[in-house]
Design a protein around this ligand. Structure first.
Ligand code: F6P
Length: 265
């Protein structure tokens, strides 16, 4: 019989994680199951950084970005010895099962725990939308909204200056943030892990847009595919557009979750 569960968030935080923590906590408590908040992901799980949760522990958290439990990346959680230490800590605290919220690394951690007899449920919490078996991950919609807001602003200024904005978005190895934001903003060019990168083709396309009298262009690039600063420089040198690179960075991970992410969480 399930009497006590742990809950943790791990890896890169995502907006909506708090709403998920709240939903799991309140549902479990309403069903007579004790809840323990595990701070700082698998690091806290191994170190025993545990806090008994009540309904009040998760009050006023729905609209907050980030994660009230804190998050960490613990690459060592691949090692058998570290996983066993974590299992031992859970057993000492009479925790029967764990709900983990995070991305692919978090899922791998849950898999290791499960193989050692600790039942886990993993919830997809990442802005990257790269978890198999789910249409959307918690946080993707909020990050997408943030990107669209930023690109719309960049469009205003780049069209005033006959510029080409090269915008790098997150996504790890998944192009969804770039594709969805690119479509939403009417970007001229998308460069993602799926499309690959052909510098000559990008420059040729921009030259073509110039012949069509376009006064600005937006190029959305998934991180890790090419160097956006080098590309912007090349655009300035070889086309009539002045290239400017913007790396949106961690701003994409912050902010209050959208209603869609709250409902999903
Ligand atoms: O997985 C979420 C994510 O934001 C990725 O999009 C990005 O590649 C990575 O995390 C950044 O990690 P960190 O916050 O550790 O720099």
């Amino acid at each position: 019989m399930l009497r006590k569960i742990g809950i943790l968030t791990s890896g890169g935080d995502s907006p909506g994680m708090n709403a998920a923590i709240r939903a799991v906590t309140r549902t479990a408590l309403s069903n007579g199951i004790e809840v323990v908040g595990i701070h700082d992901g698998y690091k806290g799980l191994v170190e025993g950084n545990y806090e008994p949760f009540t309904k009040v522990s998760v009050s006023e958290t729905m609209a907050r970005g980030g994660t009230i439990l804190g998050s960490a990346r613990l690459p060592e959680f691949k090692d058998e010895e570290v996983v066993l230490k974590g299992c031992q800590k859970l057993k000492e605290n009479n925790i029967d099962a764990v709900v983990v919220i995070g991305g692919d690394g978090t899922y791998r951690g849950a898999d290791s725990l499960t193989k050692h007899g600790i039942n886990c449920i993993a919830l997809p919490g990442t802005i990257d939308n790269d978890i198999q078996g789910t249409d959307f991950t918690i946080g993707f919609d909020t990050a997408l909204n943030t990107i669209v807001e930023c690109v719309d602003k960049l469009k205003d200024t780049s069209s005033s200056h006959h510029r080409c904005s090269v915008v790098e978005v997150m996504g790890n190895r998944c192009g969804d943030l770039a594709i969805y934001s690119g479509i939403s903003c009417g970007a001229e060019i998308l460069i993602t892990p799926e499309t690959g990168y052909d510098e000559e083709a990008v420059l040729e396309k921009l030259k073509y847009f110039e012949t069509r009298k376009k006064n600005h262009a937006i190029v959305i690039v998934s991180e890790k595919v090419c160097d956006v600063n080098a590309l912007a420089d090349k655009i300035s040198k070889s086309t009539g557009f002045a290239g400017r690179a913007t790396i949106l960075g961690h701003i994409q991970r912050g902010g209050a979750p959208t209603p869609t992410d709250r409902v999903l969480a």
